[in-house]
Design a protein around this ligand. Structure first.
Ligand code: CA
Length: 382
């Protein structure tokens, strides 16, 4: 079990970057490399060496960039939004006079978990936050458990997490309606598409403005923005998922290997989502079944500054959309479906440093030769 309210990463990458920037600023002050410190527009007024050295210094002072894991909040309770969270003991759920969450279908409430479907065929259930969310930047941590007696691939179908315009509307997409408006994260445990090369359970995301249909027979392949394999079913330890949305960037992380650390699953930019939608979770079983349990959903507000232009927009009017440099269908070539390039690895940083060092050596040698030649020419003139 993970400690409440103080999970995982400490934002070390950001901290290191700040330290590096601070160190660079001090060097700037001490050595007077004004242009390198103030503005790239001033490049060219002095030797390029200081900027290269500064870059190397920054790279040396900073650890190799980690996956977006360290960007995920450490679960600071200060910004936990109780009205959008589902936490034990499950008060304010369902029939109470002030419900925070409503449930529907086969959903069953116990003191330890909320069961969306039991391990029985043809069930569907969902749970929906009662209040729309007007946060522009947020992060949802979901503690869940998918388990059942079905062996090998004789279980299904998985569950979905939602941030959508409509709520409590049963349907064919993991127990919820199709042609939805908003964001869906599917935790699919059953490969309906027998020809797929993807390994299941498989997590994928989809953004919809109501025009797209989810194709179960292809496990949503044609509408998937990105995805990853995650072995979360029938685990004896706790399994978690984190979804972060901030400044158009959508990040999904998993913690399903009992390592108490987030693992990068999905990281895409250019995602537009409005405010005023509802969080929910739903699950469905067909011929095959599983228990789909939600233990907690914790919503954290992210403290992010926006420009005045961004603040002047009516965020409730934003149409759910995604702008891509690459079309989602291009990810067919990639068996993981995850077509975005990863962050800089240790090797890439090392190669970058090596190139920078070689560049400096070449510049120094050329400079020395030119200087020597000039000196000799000057000597001849006297
Ligand atoms: Ca499926």
């Amino acid at each position: 079990m993970l400690p409440e309210g103080g999970r995982k990463e400490d934002g070390s990458w950001g901290e290191a970057r700040r330290m590096a920037a601070g160190a660079a600023a001090k060097l700037c002050t001490i050595w007077g490399w004004r242009w390198g410190c103030q503005s790239s527009r001033m490049v060219g007024s002095l030797s390029p060496f200081p900027s290269v050295l500064l870059l190397i210094l920054l790279l040396l002072l900073s650890p190799a960039p980690q996956p977006a894991a360290s960007d995920i909040t450490n679960g600071n309770n200060e910004h936990l939004k109780r009205e959008h969270s589902l936490i034990k003991p499950y008060q304010g759920v369902g029939s109470s006079s002030m419900p925070l969450w409503d449930f529907q279908g086969s959903t069953m409430l116990t003191s330890q978990y909320i069961r969306l479907t039991p391990d029985e065929p043809s069930k569907e259930g969902s749970i929906w936050n009662h209040q729309p969310c007007f946060l522009k930047d947020w992060e949802m941590h979901v503690h869940f458990k998918v388990h059942g007696i079905g062996k090998k691939s004789l279980h299904g179908d998985g569950f979905a997490l939602w941030y959508t315009r409509d709520r409590l509307m049963p349907g064919p997409v993991f127990g919820s309606k199709d042609n939805f408006h908003g964001l869906a994260i599917f935790l699919d445990t059953y490969p309906n598409d027998e020809s797929t090369e993807r390994v299941f359970p498989y997590i994928s995301v989809m953004v919809n403005n109501g025009s797209l249909k989810y194709d179960h027979s292809k496990d949503g392949r044609w509408t998937e923005l990105a995805g990853c394999t995650a072995d979360f079913r029938n685990q004896n330890h706790d399994t978690f998922l984190a979804v972060r949305y901030s400044r158009g960037r959508l990040t999904v992380m998993t913690d399903v290997e009992d390592k108490n650390e987030w693992k990068n699953c999905i990281d895409i930019s250019g995602v537009q989502l409005p405010t005023g939608y509802y969080f929910g979770a739903s699950a469905g079983t067909g011929d095959l079944s599983d228990n789909h349990d939600i233990i907690s959903m914790k919503l954290f507000q992210l403290m992010v500054e926006h420009t005045p232009e961004e603040d002047n927009i009516d965020w409730t009017k934003i149409e759910p959309s995604v702008s891509f440099l690459k079309s989602p269908k291009d990810n067919v070539d990639d068996p993981t479906g995850n077509f975005r390039s990863g962050p800089l690895t240790g090797w890439k940083v090392f190669l970058l440093l090596l190139c920078a060092l070689l560049g400096i050596i070449v510049c120094a040698v050329v400079g020395a030769v030119v200087f020597q030649k000039r000196q000799e020419r000057n000597k001849r003139f006297y």
